[in-house]
Design a protein around this ligand. Structure first.
Ligand SMILES: [Zn+2]
Length: 208
């Protein structure tokens, strides 16, 4: 079963996290970059529609592809930390996890980023003790999502990803896609259609 819409119970259980915004707008987010093979295509699509989005970056990719990271920021998109090595919080000891989060922020800082601190746990999974410790240490906002495109499931027809994502998108929605090598072929197909569909609903896109 694919949960395109984040369940209310989960939002309630983790109410200290940002699942959607109270302000008007649709907040497109892309996880796991920056990688030139995917992120540059996403930037081109966003530019062709003249819209801004947000990128949750893996620190290791920021170090490896600093120029791509700089291009995201220079284009006016928001960026957030997605840990240095894409760790799964539930299976990682707290000290190791929090240090990896610190490395992620440091990689962004060394690449010249000076903006507000946003964090998204890989797989959307972090222990409550990790969430508390990260918020306290970095004073960052946890950005989750309320619409998941399932762009990473290669067996799911792209029409289903597109239609379900569109159906659940409303004002304030935070929508999750991936700028990764694995998803880029599907993304190049569905992202322009998704953006057109949202604009046809009379909604506008904003960065976090
Ligand atoms: Zn991820």
């Amino acid at each position: 079963m694919y949960l395109f819409k984040t369940p209310k119970l989960l939002k309630w259980a983790y109410s200290g996290l940002t699942w959607s915004k109270n302000s008007p707008g649709v907040y497109l987010t892309f996880d796991d970059g920056p990688v030139p093979e995917a992120t540059l295509d996403v930037l081109d699509i966003l530019e062709s529609f003249q819209i801004k989005a947000s990128f949750f970056c893996v620190g290791d990719n920021v170090v490896k592809h600093k120029a791509v990271f700089e291009k995201i920021v220079a284009a006016g998109h928001s960026v957030g930390n997605h840990t240095q090595h894409h760790l799964l919080g539930w299976k990682t000891d707290n000290k190791e996890y929090i240090e990896n989060v610190a490395m992620g922020f440091e990689s962004m800082r060394q690449a010249g980023y000076k903006g507000p601190l946003y964090f998204r746990p890989p797989y959307g999974k972090a222990k409550k003790s990790q969430i508390r410790a990260i918020k306290k240490r970095f004073q960052c906002e946890f950005i989750m999502w309320d619409v998941l495109s399932y762009d990473f499931v290669s067996t799911l027809p792209q029409e289903v990803s597109l239609q379900k994502s569109l159906q659940h998108t409303k004002d304030g929605s935070i929508v999750l896609f991936h700028d990764s090598i694995k998803t880029i072929d599907k993304l190049k197909q569905i992202l322009p259609l998704y953006i057109e569909g949202v604009l046809q609903k009379g909604l506008e896109f904003k960065p976090i």
